[in-house]
Design a protein around this ligand. Structure first.
Ligand SMILES: Nc1ncnc2c1ncn2[C@@H]1O[C@H](COP(=O)(O)OP(=O)(O)OP(=O)(O)O)[C@@H](O)[C@H]1O
Length: 234
């Protein structure tokens, strides 16, 4: 029990009265690299938002280090060590890179930590958020999340729409963060990318877990997953 960092048990959640996430149970051990895959609209973002406390939870429980967090607001969950890099990229377009980072400083974190991880951000520190390329915006969004010193990081399709060279660089960063002991949940549409990173893959369909497998086994048996959720082989 003690090595389980985050645990969802029978979680039903959605927006208002709707149920998008249906009876989802997941146990995430400390330090795990977990990927959540599935087609557009199956509820991947909603699942991450539910973990962050940004949806309405109708049933089930969510525990962090064994303690229930269901009733806590998002900022309280963040303070307890859950960080999210949303699909929408969480930056202020009207502020400079440095101002964005300063606004994200928490718990003794420093700008140098962000610049060490992403030297490109240091070069662009006086540029406005809106002037950045998509890749740079994503770096800034990730850096901002990390300044909150999260123990578990939820990444919502962080590679979407980015050039292959940037995707590779970000993948290296995710591996580095995992090597430093972070627990990482990566939402990704493409199984191929998920398998490059994750130790375990969970597939969602219509808000339910339809498939769960160790990545090492799955790599040799991709067709089974493709059959479950109809994902293309990428
Ligand atoms: N704020 C919202 N209010 C009401 N319904 C929503 C909201 N956000 C998402 N939904 C609905 O919830 C369902 C799941 O959407 P979600 O964004 O979680 O899926 P997803 O798997 O992350 O998709 P994608 O890969 O396109 O991001 C969809 O039917 C969507 O229309």
């Amino acid at each position: 029990m003690s090595d389980i960092l985050l645990e969802l048990d029978g979680v039903v959640a959605g927006y208002g009265d709707t149920h998008i996430i249906r009876n989802v149970s997941i146990r995430i051990p400390k330090g795990e690299r977990l990927a959540i895959v599935g087609r557009n609209g199956v509820g991947k973002t909603t699942l991450l938002s539910t973990i962050m406390g940004q949806t309405r939870q109708h049933a089930g429980s969510i525990k962090l280090r064994g303690a229930a967090i269901d009733t806590l607001a998002s900022h309280q969950r963040a303070r307890l060590g859950i960080g999210i890099v949303p699909q929408t990229r969480d930056i202020f377009g009207s502020l400079t890179v440095e101002e964005n980072l300063v606004a994200g400083l928490r718990n003794g974190s420093t700008l140098e930590e962000a610049y060490d991880l992403f030297p490109r951000l240091k070069e662009r520190r006086s540029n406005g958020g809106r002037q950045l390329s998509g890749g740079e915006q994503q770096m800034l969004s990730i850096a901002r999340a990390l300044l909150g010193k999260p123990e578990i990081i939820l990444l919502d399709e962080p590679l979407e729409g980015l050039a292959p060279v940037i995707c590779e660089m970000l993948m290296d960063v995710f591996h580095k963060l995992a090597d430093q002991g972070h627990t990482i949940v990566l939402v990704e549409q493409h199984v191929g990318l998920a398998l490059k990173f994750a130790e375990r893959v969970i597939a969602l369909d219509q808000g339910k877990i339809v498939f769960e497998e160790e990545a090492a086994k799955l790599a040799a048996n991709r067709t089974e997953l493709d059959r479950f959720i109809g994902l293309s082989a990428q």
